[in-house]
Design a protein around this ligand. Structure first.
Ligand SMILES: Cc1ncc(COP(=O)(O)O)c(C=O)c1O
Length: 393
């Protein structure tokens, strides 16, 4: 036995090291371990495309590997990538964004850390829609800031409202975070909601952080960028989802001019620069729209299949999501403990899903999230397994 593994720690750990786990990753670890032992697992737990990075991105990476030194880049990212991202705002949304306001980050995850560090003093609160992506609240906790959870409901498509912002704004509340399409619900801020939220934040002197990581993955109407409504909004985005590049760890922020240098100083000190090879690959990703749209059409087909099949399989209470690649299902007719429900489903039929408590500590014990970013054959097989499993209950 390696004695260093069980060696007692010389001192207690800092309080922040007790941060809650990102349960999705724990479920994925368990599912991978079962798969490594030969079990036939269907991955509907983690929000990641089953496809690799698009060909043009991989070719750029190969060329960079052959020809480039791949040293540190500027802390704010390769100028050519910042320019390309800025250009995309004009092309995709008709919004003018100067490249100087684009900050390339190591995934949007690093973007949140940089933005929260720059915006929030210890003790400050950020309003977070609940259910929502768990790492927002975990990162805030680690940084000594507070998550002010806004309980959203199905009738408001799981989005915060202007009324919520007005009701909760006050002492120590620094801003609102919104994600459209949202994770885990897949719902979007439609009918002018994002505009209203931007207006409310502006009026009340609050930051608006808009997580736009699922943009491009919308099925009925295009998602709007917060930058269309307010230049001072902080946009967080990534190459992980639409661009199918989770493991490359590359994303970006768009920030107001006055935040560029503070964020640059934080980035220099915390990360030096985002991974060089991934930035080269990301440049290629913009040339792969045809390939990416073909991948998206598979998600659309998966979504249609699941919305058709899951009610018959026993998961009857699902909001037809507008975007991303998630469905959020109410399973309270079967359990009051979504964590053990998901655990049993993985163990008994090899379908990995995520319990709602990752996304909503209050009500999530009644919900599960299913990701449909996998292959259509796997989605069909998952429906078959879930149907007979629920029937046997
Ligand atoms: C809503 C949302 N934001 C941010 C992230 C972080 O993604 P990344 O760091 O890969 O850009 C995720 C990942 O699942 C997410 O679902």
């Amino acid at each position: 036995m390696d004695s260093t593994l069980s060696a007692p720690l010389p001192r207690p750990l800092a309080h922040r090291s007790s941060v809650d786990p990102f349960i999705v990753m724990d479920v994925m670890g368990e599912a991978n371990a079962r798969e490594a032992k030969g079990e036939d697992i269907i991955h509907m737990e983690v929000g990641q495309p089953a496809t690799p990075a698009p060909r043009a991105a991989r070719e750029r990476a190969q060329a960079a590997l052959a020809n480039d030194r791949l040293g540190y880049t500027e802390a704010l990212g390769l100028p050519s990538l910042r320019e390309r991202i800025a250009l995309d705002y004009g092309e995709r949304y008709g919004v003018s964004v100067p490249p100087e306001r684009v900050v390339v980050t190591a995934g949007s995850s690093a973007g949140f850390v940089l933005a929260f560090l720059a915006l929030l003093a210890p003790g400050d609160a950020l309003m977070l829609p609940s259910p929502g992506y768990p790492c927002y609240r975990h990162i805030l906790k680690v940084l000594g800031a507070r998550a002010l959870l806004v309980a959203t409901g199905q009738e408001a498509r799981w989005m915060p409202t202007e009324g919520d912002v007005e009701r909760l704004a006050g002492e120590g509340v620094a801003g609102l975070l919104v994600a459209s399409p949202n994770n885990p619900t897949g719902t979007m801020a439609v009918g002018g909601r994002l505009h209203e939220l931007a207006r409310a934040c502006r009026r009340l002197g609050l930051w608006l952080v808009s997580d736009e990581i699922y943009h491009g993955l919308d099925y009925d109407q295009p998602a709007e960028t917060a930058l269309a409504f307010w230049d001072a909004a902080i946009v967080v985005n990534s190459f992980s989802k639409y661009f199918s590049m989770t493991g490359w760890r590359v994303g970006w922020l768009v920030v107001p001019e006055g935040l560029v240098r503070p964020i640059e100083r934080l980035a220099q000190n915390l990360y030096i620069s985002p991974p060089a090879i991934s930035q080269h690959a990301a440049l290629g990703a913009f040339d792969a729209i045809e390939e990416l749209e073909a991948i998206k059409s598979v998600y659309a087909a998966n979504r249609a299949l699941l919305l058709h099949e899951l009610p018959g399989a026993g998961l009857t209470d699902i909001l037809p999501a507008d975007g991303a690649f998630y469905l959020y299902a109410d399973v309270s007719q079967y359990t009051a403990d979504s964590a053990s429900f998901a655990k049993r489903m993985l163990k008994e039929i090899g379908v990995a899903i995520t319990p709602g408590i990752d996304f909503d500590p209050e009500r999530g014990h009644r919900f599960v999230r299913l990701s449909y970013a996998g292959a259509p054959t796997a989605m069909r097989e998952a429906c078959r397994r879930i149907r007979s499993w629920i029937k046997a209950k």
